[in-house]
Design a protein around this ligand. Structure first.
Ligand SMILES: CCCCCCCCCCC/C=C/C(=O)SCCNC(=O)CCNC(=O)[C@H](O)C(C)(C)COP(=O)(O)OP(=O)(O)OC[C@H]1O[C@@H](n2cnc3c(N)ncnc32)[C@H](O)[C@@H]1OP(=O)(O)O
Length: 302
């Protein structure tokens, strides 16, 4: 259903984005002449994008049941929808969240990296790289509303955001647990973690494949705020409202200055990284480990 409506916001608020927060805090909602802001919901099968009630903000919800694993389709849809938001200059901030109860994302889709051929592994890894590069370097303000379990690739995705709000439920955990599967987090996963929680904490977390419950994740700096489960999205939106008070150009240049050197590490050797991934993941021993891990996951229910 197309929810096509147009809200007008004053040009002065667009020129001085930080004024919007103040204006709306003063109760300004009058549609006056200015730039058109689309309030149309869009998205695709696995990624829903809805404008939030605050101007310039969208909520991107992943809906790839049962566990929001990052399949090739989900990764592709994510990047396309992010690009749409970036091209629509009315959007300045996005909350990333999940439609799967109790799960933000189970990380990379193990069925994409297990029992397939090298060409498929290469295509898939390119899509994983693309997701990371697009999110990590996005000019938009990104806030992760982590409303459930967030292992491995799910954690990576949340680490690309500018801020993480997590549900304070001890059943959920977040971390880069690759070593528990007998695989290795690549250097750019590692760099993203180091940039967030520092070198020593990352080394320990990566070697042990630690999955942190919310309280520990907050202590180590992997997430920025814990809130009751039913407040994760509303808190993420209010965090975005605070970030919106900063002039975009200054914030974007600062973000780029902080992140570009890390992203360049991958940009300079994308093909080599794909080749490394394909040869690593194709090893018999690695395939056996992954098959065993998948079998354990599937047996859990039986
Ligand atoms: C020299 C250096 C070179 C380096 C080269 C690179 C090396 C490779 C790098 C690869 C990096 C990998 C990153 C990853 O993200 S790997 C994925 C890791 N993910 C996990 O470990 C999470 C696994 N899942 C879970 O722990 C639980 O499912 C979860 C807590 C998320 C939810 O639990 P719940 O009990 O609610 O649900 P189930 O476990 O019953 O799962 C339901 C069904 O979903 C299937 N499932 C779960 N996770 C995945 C997944 N990641 N991919 C695919 N499928 C998944 C699960 O099997 C169930 O399926 P069935 O219904 O068919 O049984």
């Amino acid at each position: 259903m197309a929810l096509t409506a147009v809200v007008r916001i004053p040009t002065r608020a667009l020129l001085r984005p930080w004024a919007r927060l103040r204006d709306s805090a003063l109760g300004w909602m009058e549609p006056v002449g200015g730039v058109e802001v689309s309030t149309q919901r869009f998205g695709s099968q696995r990624v829903l994008v809805e404008p939030a009630s605050a101007a310039g903000v969208a909520v991107m919800t992943f809906k790839n049941p049962p566990v929001n694993s990052l399949s090739l389709e989900l990764l592709t849809e994510l990047v396309i929808n992010l690009e749409k938001l970036e091209n629509d200059k009315t959007f300045r901030g996005v909350v990333l969240t999940s439609d799967c109860p109790g799960i933000f994302s189970a990380g990379l889709d193990l069925t994409e990296i297990c029992g397939r051929n090298p060409a498929h592994y290469a295509e898939y890894w390119k899509a994983v790289q693309e997701m990371w590069l697009r999110l990590y370097l996005s000019n938009l303000m990104l806030v992760a509303a982590i409303n459930g379990a967030c292992p491995a690739g799910g954690c990576l995705m949340s680490l690309t955001c500018d801020y993480r709000v997590m549900a304070d439920n001890p059943k959920y955990a977040i971390g880069l647990n690759e070593t528990l599967l007998g695989i290795v987090a690549p250097f750019w996963f590692k760099d993203t973690l180091v940039n967030t929680i520092g070198h020593r904490a990352s080394e320990r977390a990566l070697q042990l494949g630690l999955l942190f419950p919310p309280t520990e994740a907050l202590q180590v700096g992997m997430v920025d705020r814990l809130v009751p489960e039913d407040q994760v999205q509303s808190t993420a939106l209010s965090v975005l409202a605070q970030w919106m008070a900063i002039p975009d150009h200054a914030r974007q240049l600062t973000k780029n200055m902080m992140r570009k050197p890390t992203a360049d590490g991958l940009l300079k050797k994308r093909d080599e990284d794909i080749q490394n991934f394909v040869s690593f993941i194709s090893r018999d021993s690695i395939q056996k480990s992954l098959q065993m891990y998948l079998a354990k996951l599937r047996q859990k229910k039986g």
